[in-house]
Design a protein around this ligand. Structure first.
Ligand code: SAH
Ligand code: SF4
Ligand code: F3S
Length: 489
């Protein structure tokens, strides 16, 4: 069975003994994916081997997400399917990790008495020792200390694509959005020192990584408490100097921290791609205030005006929450009108889900499920139509594509990502290698994909010079994101 996030296993030693085989399922955002890679790395260093078949494994780990009730319940119910096996195989180690662990803590043992460990988001570096302790016949283990100085040293990239790596630049979130559980599950904001991050990136580049996604809950507030003058722009300018890295993007940004000096660095650094995920959540000032988002509609629109002024080819994605407590029809219409005003390329839309422990949990969840669904579909449709329209501008343009592999839908074609992260499909050649660059001229578009023909001979791996990337009109100015959600969210 294929897990939702297939980490890289090919390079790991074969045939570890059964008690050293570990099975992982990963829910939630990219941060959870990276945390899982880091956990796997520390386990592999102690002789463990990843298996994609849970029947083969003697350690079963679930890295979970709390963002909405549905995400939480899905992970728990998957883990519950191992109850019978645990009864007949007491040596099996069952672990629940990540945000649900941090959110629910010891309560999870009451619900699932057969669980062996509950490990939160700041203590996962202890994982190998916790497994040993469980095996030594100790009590079930709870490791949810928040002040724990999480220490991890990363030697390799275990992500599913050897040419792409996630890099954590900060953890936690200092914001207090009233609906959000993340500050509880991930704790206070802590930025990693720039030299540590840049060293890690140099190592990754030496191993063949060409594309980076920098991760943080409010990634653009990076640098807080590190001293004056250090920000995400410092990192972007540092990465610009690292040979081998060709593309950098970062997720997720908060509108409040989209400062001019960061926008300048984005525009000036040739490796920073034309991609920005800038969740707005609502187009209504009243709702934004109830959410405590700390900006209003006008502020958001001014930020994107400045961005598009400096980066005319920017591909802009957002998030909306529909059905927040008390959201009137008129307030929802203000979100609808923002789709037009901001001219988004794509967006993710979520139905409000009350999370115990958050401020808005105390408010009545008074928008009926059916109405939430209606609002979700209405705004998603508007976002897709907007993206489809902007997408048409791409026809006839040339784009640099980082090849991912054979198209899922047509084996005679290859698929890859443009610099703005949109999927591009083109006729396959036996010389195409995943992780190489190809130049494609766009001939047609679907809702979220560009289709085109290759320019230049196959296998030539042309990385476009920065001037070509940045020249207005030479890239794809406004490509919509494929209409799919990030895994698990
Ligand atoms: N740190 C990121 C968001 C992380 S959560 C940021 O601030 O932009 C990802 C998305 O989940 C959020 O942007 C929001 O749209 C959605 N979300 C968070 N809490 C939610 C809740 N209680 N109900 C519904 N959607 C929620
Ligand atoms: Fe949650 Fe708000 Fe922090 Fe994003 S900025 S993680 S939505 S509290
Ligand atoms: Fe990510 Fe979900 Fe936790 S979105 S930070 S895994 S609550």
């Amino acid at each position: 069975m294929k897990p939702p996030y297939p980490m890289l296993v090919d390079t790991l030693p074969e045939a570890a003994p059964r008690e050293r085989r570990v099975y992982f399922e990963v829910f939630g955002c990219q941060m959870n994916k990276l945390d899982s890679e880091l956990m796997l790395e520390s386990l592999v260093a102690r002789g463990y081997q990843l298996t994609h078949d849970s029947d083969e494994a003697s350690v079963i780990l679930y890295n979970t997400c709390s963002i909405r009730e549905h995400a939480e319940e899905r992970a728990i119910s998957r883990l519950q399917t191992f109850r019978k096996r645990k009864e007949s195989e007491p040596d099996l180690v069952l672990g629940l990790l990540g945000c649900v662990a941090q959110h629910k803590e010891a309560e999870l043992f009451k619900r699932m008495p057969y669980l062996d460990m509950v490990v939160g988001t700041r203590e996962f570096d202890q994982l190998p020792e916790l497994i040993d302790a469980v095996r030594a016949g100790d009590e079930p283990r709870l490791a949810t200390e928040m002040d724990s100085p999480l220490v991890f040293s990363r030697r390799r990239n275990l992500g599913p694509q050897p040419w792409h790596a996630y890099v954590s630049v900060m953890r936690g979130c200092d914001m207090v959005c009233t609906y959000c559980i993340v500050p509880t599950t991930r704790g206070k904001e802590v930025s990693r020192p720039p030299e540590v991050i840049l060293d890690e990136i140099r190592r990754l580049a030496g191993d063949g990584v060409r594309e980076l996604t920098l991760l943080g809950q409010t990634v653009n507030s990076y640098g807080k408490r590190l001293g004056p003058g250090i920000g995400l722009d410092t990192l972007l300018r540092g990465i610009e100097e690292i040979n081998g890295i060709e593309r950098v993007r970062f997720i997720t940004s908060h509108p409040r921290f989209m400062r001019p000096k960061l926008i300048d660095a984005m525009a000036e650094c040739s490796k920073v791609t034309d991609f920005l995920h800038l969740p707005v959540q609502s187009g209504s000032n009243a709702v934004l205030a109830r959410m405590k988002r700390t900006y209003d509609r006008d502020f958001y629109l001014k930020v994107i005006e400045r961005l598009r002024d400096k980066m005319p080819n920017l591909h802009l994605l957002t998030d909306f929450i529909v059905g927040f407590p008390g959201e009137t029809e008129a307030e929802f219409e203000e979100s609808m009108s923002l789709v037009d005003a901001a001219d988004f390329d794509y967006g993710y839309v979520f139905m409000y889900s009350p999370r115990p422990g958050t401020v808005s949990h105390r408010l009545a969840d008074d928008i009926a499920e059916e109405e939430k669904k209606r609002r979700l579909h209405t705004i998603l449709h508007a976002l897709e139509e907007n993206g489809r329209r902007r997408n048409l501008d791409s026809i006839g343009r040339r784009v640099e594509v980082l090849v991912e592999g054979v198209s899922k839908f047509d084996a005679s074609r290859m698929a890859g990502r443009a610099r703005d992260f949109r999927m591009v499909v083109f006729p396959a050649s036996p010389l195409d290698r995943p992780g190489s660059f190809v130049e494609v001229e766009v001939e047609s578009t679907t809702a979220g994909t560009l289709l085109g023909r290759r320019i230049g001979p196959p296998g030539s791996d042309p990385v476009m010079p920065p001037t070509v990337r940045r020249a207005p009109g030479s890239g794809v100015p406004s490509e919509p994101q494929p209409p799919r959600r990030p895994a698990g969210i």
